[in-house]
Design a protein around this ligand. Structure first.
Ligand code: AMP
Ligand code: ZN
Length: 120
């Protein structure tokens, strides 16, 4: 079981969830929050985050995996609503080498342009 810290007062994304830092909301429910990335890498680029503080994919376990399942249901729903049927990418960077810059679990949803593989 991971330590459950519902809100980390020093965490940028916890401050976005609480409204302390403004954001451009895409979707919200009791479990998760979605907002536009401040530095978009595609015509559509938003982040979906749990409201509770989870550090990254590496901190997902039996105590919080239902939150992740819910987030993926929300992503599918938003992709349909936003008409991303031509394709979209879901990315979650974990740790320094993968380029995670905010230590609060987040899923990037990118769409609206052709994408290459492998990623950089
Ligand atoms: P990562 O580098 O994978 O941890 O992703 C963090 C993302 O958060 C980056 O794409 C940033 O552009 C984005 N970001 C940082 N600060 C904000 C903010 N205040 N509002 C919206 N997006 C942000
Ligand atoms: Zn947080």
């Amino acid at each position: 079981m991971s330590d459950i810290v519902k809100h980390d007062p020093d965490c940028l994304f916890c401050k976005i969830v609480s409204g302390e830092i403004p954001s451009s909301k895409v979707y919200e429910d009791e479990v998760c929050y979605a907002f536009k990335d401040i530095d978009p890498q595609a015509p559509v680029h938003f982040l979906v985050i749990p409201k509770e503080h989870i550090q990254s994919c590496a901190a997902v376990d039996g105590s919080n995996s239902a939150v992740v399942g819910h987030i993926f249901e929300v992503i599918a729903k938003l992709a349909a609503e936003l008409d991303l049927g031509d394709g979209f990418r879901v990315v979650s960077n974990v740790g320094r080498q993968a380029g995670q810059s905010v230590p609060h679990l987040h899923f990037h949803v990118l769409s609206g342009r052709d994408m290459t593989w492998p990623p950089g």
